[in-house]
Design a protein around this ligand. Structure first.
Ligand SMILES: [Zn+2]
Ligand SMILES: [Zn+2]
Length: 158
């Protein structure tokens, strides 16, 4: 009998029943009627889902292309997205800690003027341990970031 390892397997199964909502890109546990608890979207219907949007993990310090994360157009503009604006402010009041010393995640996300007027970038998920954020991005933006990462890997190999 090995009850310990059996219960561990059960836990892993529990974790895998979380799915990514196609409407709001949040990792969710669907309601019994197959709707999303975060946005109330119908998970069995993809009506209104933008096929060009994917959820994508971005690391805080990584280089990003001149490409609007939202529409995929060329842009040199970027917006500062912070994982936890309030706690960083309170840390400033407690003492002079520079943003680099905190566990807050800050990403300068490329966003064109047009999209900037429509919406502020909201991370789907912030991971303070790994210093990453997940955004719903345009597939063209994702492809360009993947290309940049590939180029950098090749540079390091040289
Ligand atoms: Zn949702
Ligand atoms: Zn744009």
């Amino acid at each position: 009998m090995n009850e310990l390892s059996e219960s561990h397997e059960d836990q892993e199964k529990d974790a895998s029943i979380f799915i990514e909502c196609p409407h709001c890109y949040t990792k969710i546990l669907p309601h019994a009627d197959n709707t999303c608890p975060a946005c109330q979207g119908d998970l069995s219907s993809l009506v209104g889902v933008n096929p060009n949007k994917v959820s994508f993990l971005i690391h805080e310090s990584e280089e990003l292309p001149f490409c609007c994360y939202s529409c995929g157009q060329y842009t040199e503009q970027e917006v500062r997205v912070s994982g936890d604006q309030e706690s960083i402010l309170s840390k400033f009041f407690m003492g002079d800690i520079s943003p680099e010393d905190t566990s807050n995640v800050v990403i300068f996300l490329p966003q064109c003027q047009f999209c900037a007027e429509i919406e502020d970038p909201e991370p789907v998920e912030v991971d303070y341990d790994n210093q990453t954020m997940t955004f719903a991005v345009h597939t063209r933006f994702r492809d360009q970031v993947l290309q940049l990462r590939e180029d950098q890997n090749q540079d390091e190999a040289d």
